[in-house]
Ligand binder design. Structure first.
Ligand code: ZN
Ligand code: FE
Length: 269
């Protein structure tokens, strides 16, 4: 097999802790959430890649700030996919729940999920690429992080719970390309929620070793997050019990009530 036909996904570090993900086949590239243009330009030139399009998950500047420069530099006719209901600079294609983004080069088909919570119009892109001998991929912006979730700037705990439930239903081997390296601080909090979670304890050791070598802790997987991420475990007895203890509430009748408590706790942790 020609290795160039195989999709690859690489992180382009930007700012303090952002990853701008580049999807490419050795020749053609897409970039997800280019908050800055300089690191993307350098990466494309170093790897002799041609930019074919931009995918945007939400309107925050650290995910959109480089779009116009990239269009100026590489072609104002490049497609820029993004959510409706918000201003995305340079956006050419507005996508909503269930839409398919079909790109010829690099060859990839991405399904759109609406995932309100961090922002109201936040979307995610899912590629079920198993047929291409590559694990499924999820580009989730600031909705899901390794062992954590995004702050609720615009949405409600109920919306975030429903958004994370969409991710939980994806194949367990789905690679999750989160956009920030927040893993170690998320793990510190997750351990406060579930100090006896053995999967979390061993993940903490692995993540520390990766960061000690300045390596990304990402991508994570859906299967892994279901085992270690308190925000995806709001239906688990240990997490419910801790949320009751922290909030002093005897009854937390739904996972959204539990998520509301632990998200608020994390905000002040
Ligand atoms: Zn954001
Ligand atoms: Fe962000």
């Amino acid at each position: 097999m020609d290795k160039n036909t195989l999709l690859q996904v690489w992180p382009i570090p930007a700012f303090d802790d952002n990853y701008l993900w580049c999807i490419h086949d050795g020749k053609s590239a897409l970039v997800v959430d280019p908050g800055d243009s300089g690191p993307v330009e350098d990466y494309l030139l170093q790897n002799q890649l041609t930019l074919k399009g931009i995918l945007v998950t939400h309107h925050h500047a650290d995910h959109t700030g480089g779009i116009l420069n990239l269009l100026h530099r590489f072609g104002s006719d490049l497609p820029v996919y993004g959510p409706a209901g918000t201003n995305i600079p340079g956006r050419t294609v507005t996508v909503k729940e269930g839409d398919k983004v079909e790109i010829a080069s690099p060859s990839i088909s991405l399904k759109v999920f609406e995932v309100p919570g961090h922002t109201l119009s936040h979307i995610a892109y899912f590629a079920n690429t198993q047929a291409n001998i590559v694990d499924p991929m999820l580009f989730c912006g600031d909705t899901l992080f390794a062992s954590g979730c995004g702050r609720l700037f615009e949405g409600t705990p109920t919306q975030m719970t429903q958004s994370l439930a969409k991710f939980a239903a994806l194949p367990k081997n789905t690679l999750v390309y989160c956009t920030h390296e927040y893993t170690l601080s998320n793990i510190r909090f997750a351990l406060a929620v579930e100090p006896d979670n053995q999967n979390l304890i061993s993940w903490a050791e692995k993540a520390q070793a990766l960061r000690a070598q300045h390596l990304p802790t990402l991508p994570t997987t859906i299967g892994q997050e279901l085992q270690v991420n308190p925000f995806m475990r709001c239906d688990q007895p240990e997490v419910i019990a801790k949320a009751k203890e922290i909030s002093g509430q005897a009854d937390l009748p739904s996972p959204a009530h539990v998520l509301a408590v632990i998200r608020a706790w994390k905000d002040r942790f």
